[in-house]
Each structure stands twice: as C-alpha cells, then as structure tokens.
Design a protein around this ligand. Sequence first.
Ligand code: AHM
Ligand code: MG
Length: 334
Amino acid sequence: MHNGTTITQFIIEEQRHIQGASGDFTSLLNDIITAIKVISNVVNKGALIGVMGSAESENVQGETQKELDVITNEIFIKSNEWAGHLCAMASEEMDDIYPIPAQYPRGKYLLVFDPLDGSSNVDVNISVGTIFSVLRCQGESDAPSAQDFMQPGTQQVCAGYALYGSSTMLVLTSGHGVNGFTLDRDIGEFILTHPNMTIPEDTKEFAINASNQRFWEKPVQRYVEEALAGKTGPRAKDFNMRWVASMVAEVHRILMRGGIFMYPKDTKDPTRAGKLRLLYEANPMSFIVEQAGGASSTGRERILDVQPDGLHQRVPVILGSRNEVETVISYHKA
Ligand code: AHM
Ligand code: MG
C-alpha cells in the first residue's frame, strides 16, 4: 500500500477548484500519463526488445530518426486520438499536423509533443524525456489546420515533461505552480514526490554545448568567458558546467538545484534561429520554468511571448535561475 498522493488524485483535486470544469482536461491528462508509462517501459527495456538504433527515415527537419523516435510518436498518437478531447496533434516527428481521424469524436484541445527528446542519447543509455503542451483549439474543430497551433506560449493550458532517468518522473504545470511525480513501478502509478518545485534565483552552474562557441553571438561569448574566469574574474565566483545533451535532463537539474541552460542563436546554420523548437521544446519548458519562479528568454524577448509562424520553428533558448538569465539578457542590451 502506498501512502502518497497519486497523480490522478492530484489532478482531480485541482480540477475541483476550477469552476465549470467538465473533467475533459483531467481525462486528457490521464491519456497522456498512460502514453508516458508505455514509453517509460519501452525505453527501459531498450535492447531487450530490439528497439535501439536508427529508423530508415528522416524527420521534416532532415534529422535521422531513431527507431524509438518513431515508436514513441506512435504510442503518443494511439493513446490520445480516441477519447474525444482533442481536435488535432502536432509532433516534432511529423511533417504536418495530425487531425483526429474521422472515426473518433473531436474535442476542444490541441496536443503538441516531442515524444523522445534527446534521443541521440538513447543508444548510450543516458536519460531522455518526453515534452508536451496542451493548447485550446481556436478554429472550427471539424477542419483543424496548422494555423490553429500558431499561439504564443502564454496561451498554453498545461505543459509537462517526463524524464526517463534513474527513475521515471513526470513534472507538470497547469499555471498554478509546478509539481513533480515519481513512477512507482510496483503499482504502476505516479506519486507526488516533489510538490511546489521552485528554481533558486541565483546559480553557479551553466549548461551549454561549448563545441559551438565560435558560432555564438557576443553576449553569450561574454557570459561564458566571464563565468570561466571564476573568482578572480568580473563575476567574482567559480562556476560549474554541465552538458547532458538532453534538454529534459538539464531542465530537471535546474528545477532541482538551479542553473542556467542555453542553446543560443548561432551562425553555424544561418537558416536557423537556434536549434530547439518553439512549439515542442521551448514553450512547454519555458512555461514550467516561469511557473517555478525562473526566467526564459531568447536573449531579446520572453520566449512565451514569441508569436509562432511555423510548426517546426526554432528559437534561441536561455532559461533557468532568474538572476542569471537576467544577466544574459542585459548583455544582449549592452
Ligand atoms: P532532439 O529533439 O532531436 O533530441 O534535439 C533536442 C536536443 C535537446 O534535448 C538538447 O538540449 C540538444 O538537442 C542537444 O544538442 P547538441 O547535440 O547540439 O548537444
Ligand atoms: Mg527534441
């Protein structure tokens, strides 16, 4: 017998505080949670069930897909298409939107997801994750289009991520703080283990892929140079550095102990504004980080205010401990 709060209990109790709530959203979250449990199981079994390696395909962004990218995308769709809560879905792994098939009822929400973020880590058994975001459908639900998804991050109803690490965790916000749940495999339930997660305002830890240094803009060059100078430099403190190459793992570390994560604008590929995708990665993570008291910016603009103009649009991402993010923003203004 467990003696914690299950995630189902938690979201039903949250729903009771919302006047006129129909239970639709709670039920949608339950389907998302089911998908995450299935993905956790598949990722955990890995080579035992023969799902490692590359699929013989590329996604719309020209990146080689891992077999698990394709499988986990399918799991998310199958788990969420039938219940009547959604009008359409969009995923990092699909070129176009996925309108709910005609044999199912359509609902009022849109679901956006990256089914397996950091999948380059999967073959080497390093943590990966799933990121998702829920929006309201704006157009006619019988003819959803990509245009319906072009909503700034401030419009998100809910965002979350699952981290498939040494334990599987689900971290969630629906705009009233951030809560973390750990999967108890014995009973198949997520249990509330990290209520009201908050990000410390200050930090001495930064995360960036330093191999891109020569391509960064001046403000980021300056920030990292000053951090590396340590105690005797202009920041007068020694910094630590981390780079997992799994955004979910980096954001989770920042929620647990503070830090700043940057995938900034660079000149490596002039056709891209950054590496990370606004709808699938930057917006949901920014919602979570802001709800935990942190900050998130492109360097020039709050990420949640960016008006999307494409499903697979990329943005520079600088997020984490508030005072450190503000420092990087101030360098962009200098
Ligand atoms: P993906 O969605 O194709 O897995 O790419 C996103 C990942 C992030 O999780 C991570 O922060 C970044 O890409 C790592 O990039 P790099 O390989 O340049 O270190
Ligand atoms: Mg991703």
